[in-house]
Design a protein around this ligand. Structure first.
Ligand SMILES: C[S@@+](CC[C@H](N)C(=O)[O-])C[C@H]1O[C@@H](n2cnc3c(N)ncnc32)[C@H](O)[C@@H]1O
Length: 229
């Protein structure tokens, strides 16, 4: 197994054992996406950091979308995502690219639904602010941004969050010690979750109204639905 396959296999193990509550999250996300489709006839949807779509493809397949764009920094996942969504009854587009670059593209067309799950916490705080402003410019009137991610509690520092989340990963006995170590190494290097409260103010300043539509049981995973004001 190469490094990409090892990392992806570890993420799949986290999903398979529902360690980050993907089941509850995808049920809540499904409800939200169906509501978006009922309100805006045949919306266009962009999925930022789409990954391999192992979880979302069955849900996406049944939505009456105008089109779907899957974007990911890691080009290797896109053929997997494309295969997972094969046969969906609307045009699909695949982009190997950066979600911040997509949001800040001055010539980018407006879209009805922007969805992103467990990808934006890789951005630094200033980049998340730019991303929210960029997505606000690209959202069509009446559209929405569905942002699923890990978030810090209000007032919690990154180091306190990492200690708390790390202790939780230490209890993931369904993973091998090597897999737990890989997850710990990954979160220490790459995870910069937004702080609840602070990020809501930043979103408001960028012209979004914020609603927490689902919260996991651990004070980390959550889904926010942002609407343009
Ligand atoms: C934890 S996976 C989540 C995949 C999928 N959205 C899900 O919820 O199962 C994070 C994904 O975001 C992608 N990603 C991370 N940073 C990114 C960036 N700056 N731009 C685009 N994709 C990014 C990674 O390559 C990876 O596929």
């Amino acid at each position: 197994m190469d490094l990409f396959q090892q990392q992806w296999a570890t993420y799949r193990a986290v999903l398979d054992h529902d360690l980050m509550e993907h089941q509850a999250m995808s049920a809540a996300c499904g409800q939200q996406l169906r509501q978006c489709c009922a309100e805006a006839e045949a919306p266009s949807l962009v999925d930022l950091g789409c990954g391999d779509l192992a979880l979302l493809a069955p849900l996406l397949r049944e939505l009456p979308l105008a089109d779907y764009t899957g974007l990911d920094l890691c080009a290797e996942v896109l053929p997997l995502a494309q295969a997972a969504l094969e046969g969906a009854p609307y045009p699909q587009r695949w982009i190997a690219g950066d979600l911040l670059g997509w949001a800040c593209d001055p010539g980018g067309a407006a879209v009805d639904v922007i969805h992103s799950s467990y990808a934006v916490h890789h951005l630094q705080d200033a980049e998340k602010e730019e991303w929210l402003a960029g997505c606000r410019r690209r959202i069509a009137p009446g559209g929405c941004l569905i942002w699923i991610d890990v978030f810090r509690e209000a007032g919690e520092s990154r180091s306190d969050y990492l200690a708390r989340y790390g202790a939780r990963v230490g209890s993931w006995s369904d993973l091998s010690p090597q897999q737990r170590q890989a997850v710990l190494g990954h979160i220490q290097r790459f995870d910069h979750p937004a702080e609840r409260g602070a990020i809501e103010s930043i979103a408001a300043a960028a012209g979004w109204s914020w609603q927490w539509a689902w919260q996991g049981r651990h004070g980390a995973e959550a889904m926010a639905v942002l609407s343009p004001v």
